[in-house]
Write a protein that binds this ligand. Sequence first.
Ligand code: ATP
Length: 319
Amino acid sequence: MIEAAGLTKRYGRTVAVDNLSFTVQPGRVTGFLGPNGAGKSTTMRMILGLDRPTGGEAKINGKRYHDLHHPLRTVGALLDAKWVHPNRSARAHLRWMAKSNKLPAARVDEVLELVGLTSVANKRAGAFSLGMSQRLGIAAALLGDPEVLLFDEPVNGLDPEGILWIRKFMQRLATEGRTVLVSSHLLSEMSLTASELIVIGRGKLIAQSSTEEFVSRATENTVKVRSPQLPALRQALTGEGIEVRDDADALVVSGVDSATVGELAAKHGVVLHELSPQRGSLEEAFMQLTGDSVEYHTDITDDHAVAAAAAAELMSQGK
Ligand SMILES: Nc1ncnc2c1ncn2[C@@H]1O[C@H](COP(=O)(O)OP(=O)(O)OP(=O)(O)O)[C@@H](O)[C@H]1O
């Protein structure tokens, strides 16, 4: 289990992580979702004792990272897959890691097998593709057979096949009873990988809920309605306890269908110029929820690969 309580990190005037509290439970994949620059990496680094919090604390199985007796036997992480000596083979890299962390050498071949790298174990890690490097990073995270695993944007830059592999692998780790926290800036990817979500924007917690609940909330259908008598229409709707928000010269109505809106307008003698049901896209809704918290735009090619993997997954499920 991972617990963050009031976790805060400031870099000068930038508040990278702002009073963040959440819990990550074992036995399922928890998605750590937020736009680029939201503070995901900084939070993970604080959990792993690589950055010192300005305030609050993070605990892994009830202890701060620095108080763990055998850190690698408790927690494994994939932060930067390219963090490998380029001239070392995959096996040599893992042997060196095992030795320096007092882990049995026999575990090296086990983890190579687990991630499917046995056949290339003696090849130079510097010549690995990104997908192979990610697998090697995951093998390294698994060396100590830890109960808790953190993966920072593991599918970034991967092709659809690589994305599918990572997704299945995380789910398998969770079904083994491990605590798995995986970060991403894409709700579409997380909706296929994680059963629980922690959503942040500009370092602040936006939501922690089941993925199902978050997605259904994020894609809530609305009705767009335009009228030359907007104030009267707004009053008619809010008078019935219906939620409305302004959108330029229109109102966006939530929680009711267009028939209800039309009938209420007629009852109050309000003229309508437009009455259109809106179905929000998942990513658009997510962007809206995280509001102005987007620091910069995401890499289009990454997002296309993720979308293709999502489509492949749905097809493989026969949907
Ligand atoms: N070492 C640092 N010095 C100064 N500012 C930093 C440092 N590390 C992160 N930041 C800032 O903190 C904020 C959060 O960054 P962080 O990398 O944690 O976000 P993120 O959600 O992981 O985004 P990304 O996916 O782009 O890495 C950003 O505004 C970033 O510029």
